[in-house]
Design a protein around this ligand. Structure first.
Ligand code: NDP
Length: 321
């Protein structure tokens, strides 16, 4: 098969489009013909070496495609079924082995590019707004990188619950997209974010900050949250946050700081079905709009990573074999 392979860590140029052996499914696996692979910011952390992963490997944990073969113990999925996944390593390829426990059915009416790019970011948005801080109608929250993959989905899920959403973005185009997704107030990173948030919330601060940007936004996040509010630091698009003195949480108002990750929120099949079903169902019935703004041939993974890291992208990105 053709696949993208990483043999050393580094910049986008370490993504090599090449011939690789076909993977073989085990008894509880599916062999899937990949129709689209989702590109996520975390793929860049593994590629650069910021997060460790054993070399060599085929990157990408997310995708969607058609089941070509099933393992001997698989009973509830058939050859020809359409499935998506958010946690099966080796997705930047023509063929991927997907553990049946990680597979989510793709409903009719959801195409492969959307199915391949919505699950990981959508389930992340879902756990943040349903579990990390379960926002309720009447709350105001702050979402950084509001026009990004997670940002657009998180904004829509929060607004659907009657939550007022403030976002940050870096350009006028991204401002318009974030407003389209339902943000009531869109700020720029060089605004005095905490002061603007205090103005909007009449001095109170927001119930929660969902911060996937990290190093450059963390201080503003802590200054924007209300007493006993939550700062969910779920990513580091601008780099990791330096160590934090717990006393700062006291000063900020007995604030809850958490660094959550998706794997801890899809711990068993029931949880995956809940979050995956909610996300796919919302896409299928049109209540969650997925913007697959950037579709690249599999051979152009380097260009896709370069665009993502240069902040040239909005919404979701996919690679198509
Ligand atoms: P995005 O599409 O949001 O891309 C990242 C965005 O971050 C950029 O478009 C940019 O938007 C913004 N940004 C701000 N500062 C920088 C910077 N210095 N360099 C690059 N980008 C910057 O990516 P994803 O939706 O895939 O992921 C968003 C975040 O969520 C990432 O940090 C990712 O690691 C994290 N994540 C965490 C998960 C978890 O469970 N913990 C799961 C999934 C994602 P702008 O130009 O508007 O600033």
């Amino acid at each position: 098969m053709r696949a993208v392979v990483i043999t050393r860590t580094g910049g986008p140029d370490v993504l090599e489009y090449t011939e690789a052996p076909d993977p073989r499914p085990g008894p509880t696996d599916l062999l899937v013909r990949v129709q689209a692979a989702g590109i996520n910011y975390i793929d860049t952390y593994f590629r650069s070496g910021a997060y460790p992963r054993e070399l060599p490997y085929v990157p990408g944990d997310e995708g969607a495609g058609v089941v070509e073969e099933i393992g001997s113990d698989v009973t509830d999925i058939r050859v020809g079924d359409r499935v998506a996944w958010a946690s099966a390593p080796g997705s930047y390829a023509e063929l991927a082995v997907v553990p049946v426990a990680a597979a989510v059915p793709v409903p009719d009416g959801v195409d492969f590019p959307r199915a391949a790019s919505v699950l990981l970011q959508g389930m992340t948005a879902h756990y943040l707004v349903e579990s990390t801080y379960a926002a309720v109608s009447g709350d105001t929250v702050l979402v950084h990188a509001g026009a990004g993959g997670v940002g657009l989905l998180l904004t829509q899920l929060a607004v659907a619950k009657g939550v007022e959403v403030i976002t940050t973005v870096s350009s006028d185009d991204k401002d318009a997209l974030s407003r389209d997704a339902g943000a009531s107030h869109v700020l720029r990173y060089d605004d005095d974010i905490a002061a603007r948030v205090r103005d909007i919330t009449r001095g109170e601060g927001v119930a929660a900050v969902y911060d996937g940007v990290g190093r450059t936004t963390f201080d503003a996040s802590l200054d924007s949250v209300r007493i006993r509010g939550t700062v969910a630091l779920f990513g580091a698009a601008s780099g990791p946050v330096p160590p934090v003195d717990p006393q700062r949480l006291n000063k900020a108002g007995s604030v809850f700081l958490t660094r959550p990750t998706l794997a801890h929120h899809i711990r068993d099949r029931a949880e995956l079905e809940w979050r995956g079903g909610a996300v796919m169902g919302a896409v299928a019935n049109g209540t969650l709009s997925v913007r697959v703004e950037h579709r690249y041939p599999l051979a152009e993974a380097r260009r896709a990573h370069t665009d993502l890291e240069a902040r040239r992208t909005t919404g979701s990105l996919v690679l198509e074999p």
